[in-house]
Design a protein around this ligand. Structure first.
Ligand SMILES: Cc1cc2nc3c(=O)[nH]c(=O)nc-3n(C[C@H](O)[C@H](O)[C@H](O)COP(=O)(O)OP(=O)(O)OC[C@H]3O[C@@H](n4cnc5c(N)ncnc54)[C@H](O)[C@@H]3O)c2cc1C
Length: 371
């Protein structure tokens, strides 16, 4: 049997950030992930400046060997409709490739890792966790994303009322000539809302890579809508390259008032495992990182002799509730929930291509949290 104080299940941004913050805590930390790194992660790969600050990222060091796209504006509209452009004149976000970003964060954490090893079984024996019959831990951190085995096996299921986003994405390399023939600019990614406002498509250029995707808060017709969306990008001349047929699909939970409990005896959940992505935009990396940091703060305060009982870990649940109170209480998913049905179809194109609304509501408020 291998043993540790804290077993972190999942090496995405939530798990690696928690590990990084615990690296000098004096606790014996082990991180386990079913994948070997670097690994693919279905994602647009857009991060806000708050992520850079929270991680204390040195952008020059990061960009020296990896793709980092500065984003200074956005084009927004409905799919197939008119667009408006918002420029900020300074970086308001960054484009990264998740295969590189997640690998960088995990390596930087410096903790002991068991990679390529899925968690299959979790048992509680004599106040300790026994994982896969081979690892023992005093505390389990569930950082395994939507399908986190810790969340599934140890804490209650999410209810049907929880907000689930279903999304498809494709990221591929394009030649400089093809990029120049198309009209997608690296500094100005494009967002295309569905006409019922229950989701949106995106087209991001990051260096020599294009990332195209579409997500909806219902799973209705995502494949068909993604296919039509890709067709439209080609027909309009925005993308002048072959878009690979093979797309990656993934679902994840957004914050809502019915989100699952995040702590129990000897266990806590971070990131997507806790369902923390922002309901208005689907941004999940920032909540993953912030929850990883908060979890580490509480774990440190319980160490070294703490039992990690539910009462000790309640401080983490309180911090999460406090941190995300605003986005939970007003949790409308994209624009779909705040507009009456009949307005959605008739008003959508006008609203999202209206310059004031796009800048002050969609971008500043919901996507960039600038106010
Ligand atoms: C199409 C799409 C686009 C998105 N775009 C953005 C975006 O641009 N910006 C943004 O902020 N958010 C975006 N998100 C959301 C974002 O990807 C997630 O919120 C974020 O990855 C959550 O991080 P995490 O560490 O909680 O989980 P994950 O990144 O999912 O990491 C979980 C880890 O757990 C491991 N794991 C799972 N099961 C097991 C097991 N049984 N045993 C061991 N290990 C296991 C996995 O291999 C994985 O490495 C997007 C999501 C999708 C689907």
């Amino acid at each position: 049997m291998q043993s540790c104080d804290v077993l972190i299940v999942g090496g995405g941004p939530a798990g690696s950030t928690c590990a990084w913050q615990l690296r000098q805590s004096g606790l014996d930390i082990l991180l386990i992930d079913r994948c070997s790194f670097p690994r693919h992660k279905t994602c647009a790969g857009w991060i806000t400046p708050e992520v850079v600050n929270a991680l204390k990222l040195d952008l020059d060091d990061y960009a020296s060997e990896r793709t980092l796209q500065r984003i200074t504006g956005f084009r927004t509209g409905v799919i197939g409709g008119p667009q408006t452009e918002t420029r900020y004149g300074e970086p308001v976000s960054f484009g990264i490739r998740r295969c590189e970003f997640d690998d960088y964060l995990l390596r930087r954490s410096g903790v002991r890792c068991l990679l390529g090893e899925p968690v299959r079984s979790i048992q509680r024996e004599h106040g300790q966790w026994v994982v896969n019959g081979a690892l023992t831990a005093r505390l389990l951190v569930g950082a395994g994303g939507t399908a986190c085995p810790v969340a599934r096996q140890v804490l209650p299921r999410l209810t049907n009322h929880s907000l689930l986003v279903t999304a498809q994405e494709v990221e591929f390399e394009v030649s400089p000539e093809e990029l120049n023939r198309g009209s997608i600019e690296g500094e100005t990614p494009e967002l295309f809302f569905c006409d019922d406002l229950a989701g949106y498509g995106w087209c991001f250029r990051k260096g020599l890579f294009l990332n195209i995707g579409l997500g909806r808060v219902d799973s209705r017709d995502v494949t068909r809508q993604m296919t039509e969306f890709c067709g439209l990008l080609i027909d309009s001349g925005k993308v002048c390259a072959r878009i690979p047929e093979r797309r990656h699909g993934h679902s994840y939970y957004l914050q809502s008032n019915t989100s699952r409990p995040v702590v129990d005896d000897g266990v806590l959940l971070v990131g997507d495992a806790a369902g923390l992505a922002y309901p208005q935009s689907g941004e999940g990396i920032r909540p993953a990182i912030e929850s990883g940091l908060l979890a580490a703060e509480v774990i440190r305060s319980c160490a070294p002799n703490g039992t990690f009982g539910q009462a000790d870990l309640k401080a983490y649940a309180d911090l999460i509730a406090e941190r995300f109170a605003d986005s939970r209480s007003g949790s409308h998913s994209l624009l779909g929930d705040i507009l009456p049905q009949k307005w959605r179809q008739y008003g959508a194109a006008r609203l999202v291509s209206n310059h004031w609304f796009a800048r002050h509501m969609i971008l500043d408020q919901w996507f960039l949290h600038r106010c």
